[in-house]
Ligand binder design. Structure first.
Ligand code: SF4
Length: 342
C-alpha cells in the first residue's frame, strides 16, 4: 500500500497487575494485549473486532495513553508517543480524539452542549475565544443537529443525538485520528446506520482517519477499509474488508462471520459453533490461544504459537495466525463441530 502511515503500533503489550496476598504484592497479570503490531494509514478506517475481553478497547486506550502500555512502541506521524511527557502529550491529544460507547456518560450533564464543545477548543487553543461559540454552532450543524440547541443540556437529547454531540466535540480540535470505541454499539440499529453514514461523510469532509473498535462484524462492514480480528489479546487475522468477508482464513474469523445472518433465507451456510467461553487472559492457553474452542485444533495447536502468515491464495496485506490455513482450505482438516443453518 502506498498510503502514508499515520500510526504505527509495534509489539504492544498491556499487562495489568493482579495484587493479592497479605502484602498486596503482584501475584499475576491480566495479559489484555499481548504483542500486537499494526499500522494505520492516513485517511483509512481500520476496524478492530472481537468478543469482549479480546483487548480491542485496551489497545485503543493504550494508543491514547489513557493506560500506560507495558511494552512496545507507538508512533504517530513519526513521533514516539510513549516518550512524550504530560505536557507534550496534552498537546498531541489535539490530533488524537476518542468517541466512547456511552455518549451520556462521556458528556458532563451539568454543562450545556455549547460549553462541552468550546471547552475542548479552549484546552487545546484550537479556536480563538471570540470565535468558539460560532464554531460550536457550525459543528452542531455539521453533525446534523440544530445550532439553536447550543444552550441545551445533554439529557435533552436522544442517544443518537448525544453521540453526534460527542462527535462534534471530537471534531472541535481538528483531529487527524479519531478512535471510535464501540461508538455505535449502544444505539438502535437504524440510528447506528445514521451515525455510521455521518462518520463516513465527516471522514471525507475533514480527511479523518478512524480506528473503529467494535464487537460486531456486521457494523464494521459498513465503515471499514481494513479489519483486524483479535482474540484473547492477540491479532488472529488482518485483511482488507473484501478479503476478510469473501475469503476469511482464521477459524475464529470464520465463526464470527458464520454467525451473521444471510440476507437470503434460502441460502444455507455452514455455521461454525465455538465450544465454551473465552478463556481467562490471566492464564491464556498455551500454543494457539484459540485451541480450546477451535473446531480444527490438532496437537501442534496446543504447544506452538502460530505467527501471522501470508500465503499465495491470500490478497496482499492479508495475514492470519493459524497453523492449518492450507489444510483447512484444502479440506484435509474437517471441523469437529459445526452445523448447517438456514
Ligand atoms: Fe485452530 Fe490450530 Fe489454527 Fe489455532 S492454529 S486457529 S487452534 S487450527
Amino acid at each position: 500500500m502506498n498510503q502514508k502511515e499515520l500510526l504505527k503500533v509495534d509489539h504492544l503489550k498491556q499487562y495489568f497487575p493482579i495484587k493479592g496476598g497479605f502484602l498486596g504484592r503482584t501475584i499475576n497479570y491480566v495479559k489484555a494485549v499481548d504483542d500486537v503490531s499494526f499500522d494505520i494509514y492516513e485517511g483509512e478506517t481500520l476496524s478492530v473486532v472481537g468478543e469482549s475481553g479480546c483487548g480491542k478497547s485496551t489497545t485503543g486506550r493504550a494508543i491514547l495513553r489513557l493506560d500506560e502500555p507495558t511494552d512496545g512502541t507507538i508512533e504517530f506521524n513519526g513521533e514516539d508517543l510513549l516518550s512524550l511527557n504530560k505536557r507534550e502529550l496534552r498537546k498531541r491529544r489535539k490530533d488524537l480524539q476518542v468517541i466512547f460507547q456511552d455518549p451520556y456518560a462521556s458528556l458532563n450533564p451539568r454543562q450545556t452542549v455549547g460549553n462541552i464543545i468550546t471547552e475542548a477548543m479552549s484546552i487545546q487553543n484550537a479556536v480563538p475565544k471570540e470565535k468558539q461559540r460560532e464554531r460550536a454552532i457550525e459543528l452542531l450543524e455539521t453533525v446534523g443537529l440544530n445550532g439553536e440547541q447550543i444552550d441545551r443540556y445533554p439529557h435533552e437529547f436522544s442517544g443518537g443525538q448525544r453521540q453526534r454531540i460527542g462527535i462534534a466535540r471530537a471534531l472541535s480540535v481538528n483531529p487527524k485520528l479519531i478512535i471510535c470505541d464501540e461508538a455505535v454499539s449502544a444505539l438502535d440499529v437504524s440510528v447506528q446506520a445514521q451515525v455510521l453514514n455521518l462518520l463516513k461523510k465527516l471522514q471525507r469532509q475533514f480527511k479523518l482517519t478512524f480506528l473503529f473498535i467494535a464487537h460486531d462484524l456486521g457494523v464494521v462492514r459498513h465503515i471499514s477499509d481494513r479489519i483486524i480480528v483479535m482474540y484473547l489479546g492477540k491479532i488472529v487475522e488482518i485483511a482488507d474488508k473484501k478479503s476478510l468477508f469473501d475469503n476469511p482464513q482464521h477459524p475464529y474469523t470464520r465463526s464470527l462471520l458464520s454467525a451473521i445472518p444471510t440476507p437470503d433465507p434460502e441460502k444455507k451456510k455452514e455455521r461454525i459453533i465455538l465450544q465454551g467461553d473465552v478463556p481467562s487472559p490471566i492464564s491464556p492457553p498455551a500454543g494457539c490461544r484459540f485451541h480450546t474452542r477451535c473446531p480444527f485444533a490438532t496437537e501442534i495447536c496446543q504447544t506452538e504459537v502460530p505467527d501471522l502468515r501470508h500465503l499465495n491464495h491470500m490478497k496482499e496485506g492479508h495475514h492470519a495466525a493459524c497453523h492449518h490455513i492450507e489444510n483447512i482450505k484444502s479440506g484435509d482438516i474437517k471441523p469437529n463441530h459445526s452445523e448447517s443453518k438456514a
